[in-house]
Design a protein around this ligand. Structure first.
Ligand code: AMP
Ligand code: MG
Length: 324
């Protein structure tokens, strides 16, 4: 099923014609389209089956790309772009009129980020404008962390030549960006945890308090929708109970473990790193591997919560387990 990856120039030319290109970033693969072409953006929603009230992240090639898209870029936004871009931090700012309604799902804000991946940056440069780039998976499925995951999710569209995939190998980050709202008269608010944690953000803002969203004060549309869901039910379980629980399940189990013992055959045991960043990088591919044996259940050993990366991992695991 592996078709040739297009050149960056070919991919950029397709985008200019309103077509779709999946591209690698340091977090997960994005489904790219011209952010200023409403028809192209609508085709992203259609292909993903994404609800039209869930807005898209807009990718820019540098902080300069933000100016035309945001109503105002305040000192906080400048400091964070200086410190973390290119990188896995998405900033939600008030939007300018140039951003089509469909991108923001009608909201008055726009989510912006500059990805830290050489192919993504070359694509943005060759295209010469902003690109929407939601994760390149059918809505409600796991985010893709390599080009084959994208090809599996969109085989039909690729066969019809509606989509091409720029293959940049596996993503190093492995989970989606931190989403931070920076709105007037509000504290910086994390809408989605990611590899960049609140302490680091606060430090870059000279100690300003960073709050965690969810209280409903700032709309966080994506959290209303199902995410990160494999086919088999997922259960989080302490290391000591993995074996016991596997024994109680009827049928084959797949388990992602850190310190728990291997399960006896015919169960599948996938051993995961005990360090946060490599765990995050491996997570979605490991869950796909677990899901591929069509297990009766996927058991995931509860990881430690001792760093922002582990917190972000815990957020994704909780969503997988609850079907949220
Ligand atoms: P993904 O579809 O995986 O790229 O995730 C994009 C995330 O960013 C979702 O959780 C969206 O709801 C969120 N997002 C995008 N635009 C906005 C916005 N204007 N305000 C708040 N959250 C946003
Ligand atoms: Mg997504």
């Amino acid at each position: 099923m592996t078709e040739a990856s297009p050149t960056v120039e070919d991919a950029a030319a397709r985008l200019s014609r309103g077509r779709l290109v999946a591209f690698p970033t340091e977090t997960v693969y994005g489904l790219g389209a011209d952010a200023l072409n409403p028809e192209a953006v609508r085709s992203v929603f259609r292909l993903k089956g994404r609800p039209s009230d869930n807005p898209l992240i807009v990718h820019v090639g540098s902080p300069e790309g933000v100016g035309p898209l945001a109503r105002r870029v305040d000192d906080r936004a400048r400091a964070l772009m200086d410190r973390f871009w290119p990188g896995p931090l998405t900033l939600v700012l008030e939007r300018s009129e140039r951003v089509p309604d469909v991108v923001c799902a009608g909201a008055s804000t726009v989510a912006l980020r500059c990805p830290d991946h050489p192919l993504a940056l070359r694509l943005l440069e060759a295209f010469g404008g902003p690109l929407v780039g939601p994760s390149a998976n059918p809505s409600g499925h796991l985010s893709p962390t390599n080009a084959d995951h994208v090809r599996e999710g969109f085989a039909d569209a690729i066969a019809r030549d509606e989509l091409v995939v720029l293959d940049g190998g596996p993503c190093t980050g492995g989970i989606e960006s931190t989403v931070l709202a920076l709105l007037p008269d509000r504290p910086p608010t994390i809408l989605r945890p990611g590899l960049i944690g609140p302490e680091e953000i606060s430090k870059a803002l000279r100690g300003v308090d960073v709050v965690r969203g969810g209280s409903g004060t700032i709309p966080s549309p994506g959290t209303r929708h199902t995410h990160y869901r494999p086919g088999a039910p997922v259960q989080l379980v302490g290391a000591a109970r993995v074996g016991e629980l596997a024994a109680s399940v009827e049928g084959r189990v797949a388990a992602l473990v850190i310190s728990a013992d291997d399960l006896p055959g015919p169960h599948l045991t996938i051993r995961m790193p005990d360090v946060g960043a490599p765990y995050a990088s491996r997570l979605y591919a490991a869950v796909r591997e677990a899901d591929s044996v069509e297990p009766a259940a996927i058991l995931i050993e509860t990881p430690p919560r001792t760093s922002p990366v582990w917190d972000a991992v815990a957020d994704r695991l909780r969503r997988m387990a609850s079907g949220e």
